[in-house]
Ligand binder design. Structure first.
Ligand code: NAD
Length: 335
């Protein structure tokens, strides 16, 4: 027993240490848009914390980074309470982990669902609200419950329609997507910044987040940010039975939906999509850090539900990290 107690004590100390570390890195990443470590290094810390919490479940607290969505809204922007929480995603780091996720899903449902697979755009999540077809508000994800009002900045993005297309427009519609900076634009921006003696961004994701969270919308307007929409947060007066149908609807309204989206009856098709894009990730002019596999039927999504951090009906299949080269590249620009 003494041995067990000792293990638990060591475990508890490490859990506290890991939480402090992760909180510090979350702050640098989500608030300052200036990470100090690579995503792979960060993911390793979260993984270690998860393993320890699995071994000692009594150490799990509601404020543990494993239980909540990463960011925290800053006081720079007005707070926006999300009508439905904006969650993060659980990760699979290998084909085996993806298979294990699908096995859990199929066990819970007692059947094999249809799936949808999409690219995982490495940018920052945004919620955009349209009333009577007109853009009225845009917000960051923040801590998932409360985000930051970035309406003025999002209005400067040319790929975001100010007004939706069509004659039968929904009274209220909230769409969710990812704002990103194309890789070439990121490289140009870093050159400009270093030319002026300013600090370059570590990667396109941080550059996008830093560019959208500007006090002066003119600065945002000078950065060619773009948007891919990946889900319908909320709509009044229209019903869908599948996630894929709601994506088609968003397209018809004139919202940008990524064309590399695939529906399929089997997990094997999803595995193929993931393997294909892991190989071809540089065929697109923006960064993707994985693929997202989702259960297509909305009824089944509801049945599976979600944890405080992420839905059970979706998983991010993460590609092996490449970020080091990006960090090195941006540092070499500096010298
Ligand atoms: P995440 O970025 O891994 O995944 C969730 C997000 O994916 C969603 O919120 C959504 O914005 C986005 N997404 C992109 N395409 C999507 C699609 N097709 N469908 C649904 N969602 C899609 O999760 P996170 O909680 O934002 O952050 C974790 C990530 O941030 C990890 O990769 C981690 O390594 C990194 N991070 C790094 C540091 C650091 O210091 N380097 C610190 C904190 C977080």
């Amino acid at each position: 027993l003494r041995g067990d107690e000792r293990r638990r004590e060591v475990g508890q100390r490490r859990v506290e240490e890991l939480r402090d570390l992760i909180n510090t890195h979350d702050y640098r990443y989500y608030v300052l848009d200036s990470p100090e470590i690579t995503d792979a290094e960060y993911d390793a810390l979260v993984r270690e914390l998860r393993q320890l919490e699995a071994e000692f479940p009594e150490l799990i607290t509601p404020d543990s980074p494993t239980q909540r969505v990463g960011g925290r809204p800053t006081a720079l922007f007005a707070p926006v309470e999300h009508r439905a929480p904006m969650r993060s995603l659980d990760n699979a780091f290998s084909a085996e982990e993806l298979t294990a996720w699908a096995a859990r899903v199929e066990k819970r449902l007692g059947a094999q669902p249809d799936y949808v697979c999409e690219l995982k755009i490495d940018g920052l999540a945004v919620s955009i609200l349209y009333e009577g077809g007109v853009l009225v508000r845009a917000a960051t994800r923040g801590d998932g419950l409360v985000g930051e009002d970035i309406t003025a900045n999002v209005r400067t993005l040319r790929t975001v329609p100010m007004r939706l297309h069509g004659d039968k427009l929904p009274r209220v519609l909230e769409v969710r997507g990812e704002i990103y900076l194309p890789v070439k634009a990121f490289e140009r921006l870093n050159q400009e910044l270093t030319g002026r003696g300013e600090r370059p961004f570590a990667n396109p994701r941080n550059a996008a987040a830093g560019s959208i969270r500007q006090k002066d919308p003119a600065v945002t307007a000078s950065r060619p940010l773009r948007l891919w929409c990946y889900s319908l947060g909320f709509v009044e007066g229209v019903g869908f039975s599948r996630h894929s149908e709601s994506l088609d609807y968003l397209k018809r309204l004139g919202l940008p939906v990524n064309p590399a989206t695939k529906t399929g009856h089997t997990l094997k098709q999803m595995q193929e999509f993931c393997a294909h894009w892991a190989e071809h990730r540089h065929d697109v002019d923006y960064e993707i850090d994985g693929a997202v596999v989702k259960v297509d039927a909305l009824e089944l999504q509801r049945e599976l539900g979600e944890t405080s951090k992420a839905p059970r009906w979706a998983i991010a299949f993460k590609f092996p990290p490449e970020e080091r080269t990006t960090l090195v590249r941006s540092i070499s620009v500096n010298t």
